[in-house]
Design a protein around this ligand. Structure first.
Ligand code: URA
Length: 265
């Protein structure tokens, strides 16, 4: 469908004014003084950064690598992520969203990026798609309270919930790589195509073929060591395409077999 010039101008105006705020899942009292000051703050930040940065400079990207290299434990890594200023989406975000769940979990779940709820609460996958993901994992005895560690490919909400750009993914990748090295999960569950792009560096391959294969993940910190990885559909996609829940059921049964050697109930 062609978009007229007038519509495009209107959309651009909505984008510049951060009006995606009105599309949040939970209604909020916009009349309260605290809400209005928060909205004003977010609007200004959004205006400053609503366009994705086309290319980050080499120095900015290498800054995250240096900071990840210099983090000797998980605590230091989290501090480094919070301090890192080389990813433009941080400017519009309320919180740095690093992880939820158990640091000693044998299973690491990697999603795309924080959304509006996650940005507000500072917790990954705490909105509608997170609830679906929790319910899916519950069917095979997995939960963030007991045996899952959950994170994302980027640690800040991209404005308007757009996909993170390759530059934003590159800027955050060293932290994710070091996290995997420090936490040593036995299985990485890759949630959706953006996480596949970040971890496996595979682009434009159908999700259907990737989710039915198993992968061996490695990175510069792991050296020749590899970690088993498997991909599943993103829960936000399942909310849009409920018929695909059948495929998810198939994948979750496969995962239940993969985790048998190291998960006891
Ligand atoms: N979608 C994601 O990929 N990650 C989140 O944390 C929330 C929604």
């Amino acid at each position: 469908m062609a978009i007229s010039k007038k519509d495009r101008e209107l959309l651009s105006l909505y984008q510049r004014s951060g009006s995606d705020l009105f599309l949040e899942e939970t209604p909020q009292n916009r009349q309260s003084p605290s809400a209005s000051s928060r909205i004003t703050k977010r609007k200004h930040k959004r205006i400053a950064s609503q366009q994705p940065v086309k290319s980050e400079s080499y120095t900015e990207r290498s800054a995250s690598r240096i900071m990840a290299d210099n983090s000797d434990n998980f605590q230091e890594l989290c501090e480094a992520i919070k301090k890192f200023d080389g990813c433009e989406i941080k400017e519009a975000a309320i919180n740095t969203v690093i992880y939820d769940g158990q640091v000693d979990a044998k299973i690491m779940v990697v999603g795309e990026a924080p959304g509006a709820n996650e940005d507000e609460q500072g917790i990954p996958f705490c909105g509608q798609s997170g609830k679906l993901l929790d319910n899916i994992f519950k069917t095979i005895g997995l939960s963030r309270k007991e045996n899952l560690f959950i994170t994302n490919t980027v640690f800040w909400r991209p404005p308007g919930n757009r996909r993170p750009t390759p530059e934003e993914i590159d800027a955050c990748r060293p932290f994710l790589e070091k996290m995997i090295f420090l936490l040593q999960p036995k299985l990485i569950i890759i949630v959706g195509s953006t996480a596949i792009e970040s971890l496996l560096r595979i682009k434009s391959v159908s999700m259907n073929s990737l989710r039915t294969q198993n992968h061996l993940y490695s990175n510069c910190y792991l050296g020749s060591n590899t970690t088993e990885a498997t991909a599943i559909f993103h829960p936000a996609y399942l909310l849009r395409q409920p018929a695909q829940k059948k495929a998810m059921w198939f994948d979750i049964l496969k995962i239940s077999k993969m985790i048998r050697p190291f998960i006891s109930y």
